[in-house]
Design a protein around this ligand. Structure first.
Ligand code: AGP
Length: 606
């Protein structure tokens, strides 16, 4: 969602901020702006709605070379998409950018009635609150700390005032802020990708902390202004990883690089010869591993579907486990009870999803161990879980999640494989799956290359349809849900995923020649039943596409057959083809593939 950058140092702030905002574009936004202080201590604000390119156009007419500033990409929550509502907000002596939501902004606004508010935003109220505290000789740091204690809600903020021209104040509560420490420069951002190429040394601010940043570095305090010794950490990743690398879109790059990223997910974690899987991060003793009887998997969207698919494998690998997979936005408000011998897997690409984070906190309150299955290193979820494993998919820039899904499923399967050693696990299956995991990167690469043109042609054929059903049984069912999500997200075609056994319970009423149906059919003991569903749809005039690893005769409008030695994990291969299919349909329809309308990469508000 919204993104923040800030800079103080030797470079021209305007350039650093623009560059940073471009790096944050992928998070999803509808307006953007920057505020800088020039070398004569005069503030300048530029804001625009739409893409960063619009902001760049505005700035072309007013370039200047100040060395301090803040920038923001806004995803509207309070108030429409207008220039006035865009950040930075300026009130009195305060310039502020803000991520998050101030829940008590209405009551604060009433108390601050002496200000002539211009926008509909909670952020402008926050700025006024800081300004109202910034008097009687108190410092900007103290004024921000005081205001931070007066607001209710979540925030990541960056603030400056012309009165203290070499200082940026940042603070966080529930919205990430990272302080990059360079040589005579400090760059702050809500996302580490904006810091890449400037510095690798960083402080990840914790909730309830604020920092005073200058070109000499940063000092961290709590809101009672007690000085804290902050950990200096190393930022993961490099600039190449956040570039398109010759592809037309990040999405295509991220689909096509799955062989490489999966190799990183698996590296050092499986031994196909011994049939063993091992993850370093769960932080559980042998006794704790033995005692686990119940697993709850929590996630949103694609992360939820990854959990659902993983659960099918996990319950086969460790037969004495009970597994529950839950949608975070629902679970957080349920009166749920978890047995003491439970472990929660918290699945999130970004590690910042508000609902997932709220669930994590609810589960921790109940004394249950939480393990993160997270991609973004240093993210809030990764920091708050008791243990966990990074999925190592590398930066995922396109809003639609692809490579992270594959990495999440594989990581949870490895967790189950490891757990199985402490339970009466299914040894034969563990050995087979370990072998398949070792072969999976190569097989994904081959599948994507071999069927690329075929999928592209298929996408062209179906790009004009407005409705689709995705169907599958058993491990192909979560794949059906994920396939439908991918298609609707980026192509805007109405698509629904169903377990094919559910067809007769309702969705078959929709089937006619205006719909197309994608069947993922796995060559296993349910094959005949899956074919039954396909026949029912064909009998009613539905246009059918089958993705399968079977070589049996199948009657459908279009079939893509993968010929792979991967059997148990075949749904992951079929899913990569669904990703490609959705991608090419979106391209054909002329959509903004990497930043689809209304969506944000990390959903940091409810
Ligand atoms: C995936 O394509 C979506 N954009 C979305 O469903 C996403 O998976 C969901 O918001 C969860 O995000 P997270 O993995 O960062 O927590």
């Amino acid at each position: 969602m919204c993104g923040i950058v800030g800079y103080v140092g030797k470079r021209t702030a305007q350039n650093v901020l623009l560059n940073g905002l471009k790096r944050l574009e992928y998070r999803g936004y509808d307006s953007a702006g920057i505020a800088t202080l020039d070398d004569n201590n005069r503030p300048h604000i530029a804001r625009s709605i739409g893409k960063i390119a619009e902001l760049e156009n505005v700035l072309l007419t007013k370039p200047h070379d100040g060395h301090l500033g803040i920038g923001h990409t806004r995803w509207a929550t309070h108030g429409g998409v207008t220039v006035t509502n865009a950040h930075p907000h300026h009130v009195g002596n305060i310039y502020l950018v803000h991520n998050g939501i101030i829940e008590n902004y209405k009551e604060l606004k009433e108390k601050l009635s002496k200000y002539n508010f211009q926008s509909d935003t909670d952020t402008e109220v926050f700025a006024a609150l800081i300004d109202s505290n910034y008097k009687d000789g108190i410092s900007l740091k103290d004024a921000v700390a005081k205001a931070a204690k007066q607001v209710r809600g979540t925030y990541g903020i960056a603030v400056f005032s012309p009165n203290e021209p070499n200082t940026l104040i940042v603070a966080r509560l529930g919205s990430p802020l990272i302080i990059g420490l360079g040589q005579n420069e400090t760059i702050i951002a809500s996302d580490a990708s904006a810091l890449l190429g400037y510095t690798r040394e960083a402080i990840y601010l914790n909730d309830g902390e604020l920092a005073v940043c200058t070109d000499k570095g940063a000092e961290v305090f709590n809101l009672n202004l007690k000085h804290l010794n902050a950990n200096h950490e190393t930022i993961d990743g490099n600039v190449e990883q956040i570039q398109k690398g010759g592809y037309q879109h990040f999405l295509l790059k991220e689909i096509m690089e799955q062989a490489t990223t999966l190799h990183n997910t698996l590296s050092g974690r499986i031994d196909p010869k011994l049939g063993k899987m091992h993850l370093g991060g769960p932080n559980l003793t042998e006794e704790e591993m033995r005692n686990i009887k119940h697993i709850v998997i929590v996630g949103c969207g694609t992360a939820y579907y990854a959990g659902l698919l993983a659960s099918y494998y996990m319950e086969q690998l460790v037969p004495d486990l009970t597994i529950e997979v839950v949608i975070a936005s629902e679970y957080r408000y349920r009166s749920f009870h978890l047995p003491k011998d439970s472990v929660a897997l918290i699945v999130s690409q970004s590690g910042e999803t508000a609902d997932t984070l709220a669930c994590l906190r609810e589960i921790k309150k109940r004394g249950i161990k939480t393990l993160g299955i997270v991609n973004v290193v240093g993210s809030t979820i990764a920091r708050e879980v008791d243990g966990g494993t990074y999925v190592h998919a590398g930066p995922e820039i396109s809003v639609a999640s692809t490579k992270a899904f594959t990495a999440q499923v594989v990581t949870m399967v490895m967790f189950a494989g490891m757990l199985a050693e402490y339970h009466s696990g299914n040894a034969e299956l563990i050995s087979k799956i370990t072998k398949e995991l070792s072969e999976l990167p190569k097989e994904i690469e081959t599948t994507l290359k071999k069927h690329h043109d075929e999928v592209k042609a298929l996408a062209k054929k179906y790009a004009k349809y407005n409705d689709a059903l995705y169907l599958g049984r058993d491990t192909a069912y979560p794949i059906a849900l994920e396939g439908a999500l991918k298609l609707k997200e980026i192509s805007y075609i109405h698509a629904e995923g169903y377990a094919s056994g559910e067809l007769k319970h309702g969705p078959i009423a929709l089937v006619d020649e205006t719909f197309f149906e994608v069947f993922s059919i796995i060559d296993n003991w349910l094959f005949d039943k899956s074919i039954g569903g396909l026949h029912e749809v064909r009998a009613r005039g539905g246009k059918t596409i089958v993705l399968t690893n079977s070589d049996a005769e199948i009657d459908a409008d279009d079939i893509i057959r993968i010929n792979s030695k991967i059997k148990i994990l075949a749904p992951l291969l079929l899913n990569t083809l669904q990703q490609l299919f959705a991608y090419y349909i979106a391209v054909d329809r002329g959509n903004d593939v990497d930043q689809p309308r209304n969506l944000a990469k990390s959903v940091t508000v409810e």
